[in-house]
Design a protein around this ligand. Structure first.
Ligand code: ATP
Ligand code: MG
Ligand code: MG
Ligand code: MG
Length: 470
């Protein structure tokens, strides 16, 4: 039973359709009317108004496969077997309809009956006070008590920003001793990659306010989330989420371009996985209307593209390569996301413009930084000055996170305050300059203009960029 990623997506969605759910297409990565998140980071995020009762859902049972971006996970990408910045999240949702019992028993049915996952491999956790969930797992499903772990708020209370949240129950898959850290204490909840968290069932009962307090929701809801790549990873028995069939196609393309073999050198493998992840995320972001810039969503995209470009350099890739890779991402994704095929040329163009821009300065910037780091080492200092970080950012296009990362690779840090001071000074200057200009329409989020206008305005890209730093 080696299901492909696309097949697993379909199996999940049709399973929940058979349980009376309405299947909705993925929402855009760009949130609508939700200032609490920059990008959609979970299946439930675009559905928040249905949970709070603000909006009437088209059905009280909904199932989706949602594109997600989680930038906070970026440092883990390529290093753990389970984290990507871009991934797809499968979910089934109840808006004041069914609750814990159905959510739990259907999850079990899907795993053991639809996918045929052996029971011995599965473990679960519940919120430490949640006896109800514990009893459903134990008495209704029949899972032995030793396989049900009670965990605290950090692990088993789900919330992201404001809005619907609640205690949760997670399902883990045991990938076997050889995938683990080997410590005697290693068990469910260990940070290593043996017991991998696959599915999170959230019993969404509270509404988190701006001030951090919790109000009970009018209705009890279910919000579940399962990483499609993680599911495919355990079902296909591969080592990590980048080796899953469709993702592996992208990874293999990276290797072909770089002329390196995967699985021979840990550092190179990390770079290969980072590029694989970032080109997926970048292609998706562009297809949803985001453009590279120095702030907000645009900055996330810029950071992904430039970070991928740098890892390309680390692998010895000399020429621009990301738009060619985007082509492969589009090919493996367009079955589920047809708009990617329609926007093929546009996606490639945006990515290659951004990459070219960085390539014009990356080598110079790297050389300057390396020399500077050597000099600091000679002096016995471990901090890259604010003005250097600023110069790399301003003249050589190094996003500050990238410089920080390179510093860390040399066991150094950057002078964050000094850098912010330089940025502040520059903003002040730019503001003065801007007051003299009449047309500042570029300041508005470009996304609101839609994709067509963006293409026609492309000649204004340079101008936009200077404005966006303001
Ligand atoms: P982890 O503890 O492994 O970081 P999480 O608890 O942060 O995961 P949730 O917020 O519960 O994840 O999201 C629901 C599901 O989405 C997870 O169970 C997992 O399958 C998937 N998922 C979460 N983060 C990622 C990621 N960075 N890459 C791929 N899949 C992810
Ligand atoms: Mg996480
Ligand atoms: Mg977790
Ligand atoms: Mg979780």
């Amino acid at each position: 039973q080696k299901f492909g990623l696309n097949e697993l997506r379909e199996k999940y969605l049709s399973f929940f359709e058979s349980k009376g759910h309405l299947r909705l297409p993925s929402f855009s990565l760009v949130p609508e009317n939700d200032p609490s998140v920059l990008l959609i980071n979970a299946g439930m995020t675009p559905l928040k108004p249905y949970f709070t009762g603000q909006k009437i859902p088209p059905s009280r049972r909904v199932t989706t496969c949602q594109k997600c971006i989680r930038t906070p996970d970026i440092d883990n990408v390529g290093k753990t077997s389970r984290h990507a910045t871009f991934f797809e999240m499968l979910g089934n949702f109840s808006f004041g309809d069914y609750f814990k019992k159905e959510a739990i028993t259907w999850a079990w049915e899907f795993f053991t009956e639809v996918l045929g996952i052996p029971e011995e491999r599965l473990y679960v956790s519940v919120y430490f006070e949640d006896d109800e969930a514990f009893d459903i797992w134990n008495k209704v499903v029949g899972l032995p008590k030793e396989k049900i772990f009670r965990m605290g708020k950090e692990d088993n209370f789900w919330e992201h920003g404001t809005g619907p949240c609640g205690p949760c129950s997670e399902i883990y898959f045991d990938r076997g001793k050889d995938k683990g850290c080997g410590k005697e204490t290693c068990t469910v909840g260990c940070d290593c990659d043996r017991f991998i968290e696959v599915w999170n069932l959230v019993f969404s009962q509270f509404d988190r306010q701006e001030d951090g307090t919790y109000l009970p929701l009018k209705q009890k809801n279910i919000d579940t989330g399962m990483g499609l790549e993680r599911l495919a990873c355990v079902v296909q028995g591969v080592d990590n989420i980048f080796e899953v069939d469709t993702v592996r196609t992208v990874l293999d393309h990276v290797c072909r371009i770089a002329g390196v073999r995967y699985g021979e050198d840990y550092k190179k493998d990390v770079s290969i996985r980072v590029i694989t992840d970032h080109i997926r995320g970048s292609s998706m972001l562009v297809s949803d209307g985001v453009l590279p810039s120095n702030e907000g969503r645009g900055y996330v995209l810029r950071r992904l593209i430039r970070r991928a470009a740098r890892h390309g350099r680390l692998l010895g890739i000399k020429d621009a390569f990301l738009s060619e890779l985007a082509e492969t991402v589009i090919n493996v994704s367009m079955g589920a996301y047809p708009h990617m095929d329609e926007k093929r040329d546009y996606i490639k163009k945006v990515i290659s413009i951004e990459e070219e821009k960085f390539y014009n300065t990356i080598d110079q910037g790297m050389n300057i930084l390396e020399e500077y780091v050597d000099e600091l080492k000679r002096q016995g200092s471990d901090t890259i000055s604010g003005s250097m970080v600023f110069k790399l950012h301003d003249t050589y296009g190094f996003p500050v996170d990238l410089t920080r990362e390179i510093a860390q690779e040399h066991s150094m840090k950057i002078d964050e305050n000094g850098f912010h001071e330089e940025m502040r000074k520059q903003k002040e200057k730019a503001r003065e300059a801007r007051l003299k200009k009449e047309n500042s329409a570029w300041e508005k989020d470009l996304f609101s203009g839609g994709y067509k206008s963006v293409v026609t305005e492309f000649t204004g890209y340079n101008e936009y960029e200077t404005e966006a730093t303001v």
